[in-house]
Design a protein around this ligand. Sequence first.
Ligand SMILES: [Zn+2]
Length: 147
Amino acid sequence: MKKARVGESKRRIVLARARGACEYCRSPVRYSVQSFSVEHVLPAAKGGASSLENLALACQGCNGHKYTKTSGRDPLTGKTVPLFHPRRQRWRDHFVWSDDFLIVIGRTPIGRATVQALHLNREGLVNLRGLLYPCGEHPPADFDGEE
Ligand SMILES: [Zn+2]
């Protein structure tokens, strides 16, 4: 499988647009021990272009779990639905934080399927949210994820 390259100027735009947070789990780049990826929302292996409308910032965990997936199973209905698309959809329309801000809860079929497929409540993420919250570094400021 040929790996699509994303140029440095596009990487910078994607990073700024995402305001330094994974566009799926919303974890901040500056508190991550691993570098983030500029990922193809529609995977390059499935014909996704390296255009800004198809690129998103993802932490290594989300990127690894997403891999070439474009759909997932809604655990509530059992139906297969598309995964969250950070360019075409708003995070807050599909996800909400738990009352203690530790857990991402899917509020739509797309949200629930994405929480499950990308494992948005991985142990390390939940622990990080718990540490960042008292410092005022979590949850991240709301954003549309749109231009
Ligand atoms: Zn992530």
